[in-house]
Design a protein around this ligand. Structure first.
Ligand code: HEC
Length: 501
């Protein structure tokens, strides 16, 4: 017998034949993995519909878990670009998915030893005491059931001088119902004036002017300071607006969020800019998707006038979008995919932060491609049968763009970058103004929504001005003397048809 065989025999006797895998158990690999990758959402009080911490919680759900991890719908994470690494990536490794399947195949063994102890998730502020803490003055009731609710809350801030923000942490009082929140700044006072006008805390719609954005909150994501001395501008006299998306949880809840702002000690040395491609959420792209069309493409590009470091990327579109991709074409011919999303889901919009800043030299072309599917096969299509869908601000309209957060490299002109971005925006405005149908649709949509004085989502007869009342109520198909969402949509479509000579 050769030496090699001797070793193999010895190993086999001791039960550690090379290549044989130790049994995957809950107490061994599976429990700690689920704590790490799922526990941020699947624990009591979080947004996941059930906890996945103990053997008793996990074992009965094993098959569903296998299905959602194999299809990669869990953990939620849409960016699939293999070229750039993302910070805080919560995707499972292929090996981890294989272990979950092995565990199920071998009959869900619990394993020996103690049950794994979940990590201690932060109880208070994740980054310590914030510099500014704001709380919604009144809680907003979220019913047990019903459709998702989108609502804004204005929080008075009004600092006497400009400041810079390193991080924002939102602490919902009813975490389970807060699906998402975006933080906007308003320095016109309009948002605060609108808040509560309909008799309930907050207000609907996006009619206030945004003086800037401070990012957003996504369930399960951890809060981080911006790297280096980067910070987001907080112009003086601004109020903070929380644009929140609630998802009813099965029991009535009241949401009264608290927000913490962490300020920078000094203005940052380097600027941040958000480059949107196409600009203005695609308002200038003539988006017009015929019913049944599965491969409708929107493409646009932006050429960088200066060298930048790209820090993060995020996409935005509505229900019909299926895929989106942003590629950077460097002057030398290299192409880098900065964001690739192959199964767009409106509910999981996230900002993906690059693990390392991506240096992009002047002359780099940022190219966005978004594909929309208005066929019956798209499970997210809000209309069955499909209808013609055009650019617009309602969630059943479409829009789309990819936003790259960049910083001009020191020594490069930030004004040149700002000017190029402004030019792209002006071109869109010009394009919209030259197409009365789009301009009319934007203005009309806003005006009709504004009529809903009590904000209940219906246009009651009394809310419609006398001269138009009779004509508008012709769209009241079910005869309840008011217009519901679908009836308002029909009315808008007809008006747009008329405006679109
Ligand atoms: C960022 C938060 C988050 C993380 C992380 C997360 N989930 Fe979820 N999960 C949810 C939410 C929210 C739902 C409810 C469905 C929805 O809104 O998409 C859900 C639903 C599920 C479901 C039910 C799906 C169905 O079709 O019934 C399973 C099973 C599941 N998650 C397993 C996991 C596993 C396993 C992990 C980790 C590997 C994980 N989730 C990580 C938020 C999360």
């Amino acid at each position: 017998m050769t030496m090699k065989w001797c070793l193999l025999m010895a190993c086999a006797v001791m039960g550690i034949l090379p290549g044989a895998v130790a049994e995957v158990t809950f107490n061994g690999k599976i429990g700690p993995m689920l704590h790490r990758k799922c526990g941020s959402c699947h624990r009591p009080g979080e947004v996941g519909p059930f906890p996945l911490l103990t053997y008793e919680q996990v074992a009965p759900k094993a098959r569903t878990i296998a299905r959602v991890v194999e299809s990669r719908s869990m953990p939620p994470w849409q960016a699939v670009s293999g070229e750039v690494a993302f910070a805080h990536d919560r995707r499972l490794e292929a090996e981890e998915i294989a272990q979950i399947k092995d565990w199920i195949a071998s009959g869900l063994p619990r394993g020996t030893g103690n049950a794994p102890v979940p990590p201690s998730w932060p109880e208070g502020w994740a980054l310590g005491q914030p510099d500014i803490v704001l709380t919604m003055p009144v809680g907003f009731p979220v019913p047990a059931e019903g459709p998702d609710i989108y609502r804004n809350f204005a929080l008075s801030l009004r600092l006497p001088e400009d400041k810079w923000v390193k991080a924002v942490e939102l602490r919902p009082s009813a975490r389970g119902v807060v699906h998402h929140a975006l933080f906007f700044l308003d320095n016109t006072g309009a948002a605060l004036a609108q808040d509560g006008k309909d008799g309930r805390p907050g207000f609907k719609g996006m009619t206030f002017r945004r003086a800037g954005s401070l990012g957003g909150y996504a369930p399960g994501a951890t809060v981080h300071f911006l790297p280096d001395d980067y910070a987001m501008a907080l112009p003086k006299q601004s109020d903070l607006v929380l644009a929140m998306h609630f998802h009813p949880s099965g029991k009535p809840e009241v949401e009264q969020s608290t927000v913490g702002l962490y300020l920078a000690d000094a203005p940052p040395a380097r600027d941040l800019a958000n480059l949107q491609v196409p600009a203005a959420f695609g308002a200038g792209m003539k988006i017009d998707i015929p019913p049944g069309e599965a491969g409708y493409l929107v493409r646009d590009s932006f050429t960088l006038p200066v060298d930048v470091d790209a820090l993060a990327v995020s996409g935005h579109a509505h229900y019909l979008c299926r895929t989106m991709k942003m590629t950077a074409r460097l002057p030398g011919g290299t192409a880098i995919v900065l964001l690739g999303i192959e199964d767009w889901d409106l509910n999981w919009q996230d900002r993906y932060v690059f693990a390392l800043p991506q240096r992009l030299p002047a002359g780099t072309i940022l190219e966005s491609t978004l594909r929309y599917d208005n066929s019956e096969e798209n499970p997210n299509n809000p209309f069955s049968p499909p209808r013609r869908v055009r650019w617009g601000e309602e969630s059943t309209d479409e829009m789309g763009s990819i936003t790259l957060m960049v910083s001009p490299v020191p020594g490069q002109s930030r004004e040149a970058l700002a000017q190029a971005a402004r030019k792209a925006n002006l071109e869109v405005l010009g394009a919209v103004a030259s197409r009365p149908r789009e301009a009319f649709a934007m203005a009309m949509g806003r005006r009709i929504r504004a009529l809903d004085g009590n904000g209940d989502g219906f246009l009651e007869a009394a809310e419609i001005p006398e001269p138009q009342r009779q004509r508008a109520l012709k769209f009241d198909r079910n005869g309840d003397k008011r217009l519901d969402e679908e009836e308002i949509q029909r009315l808008l479509e007809t008006l747009r048809g008329e405006g679109g000579a």
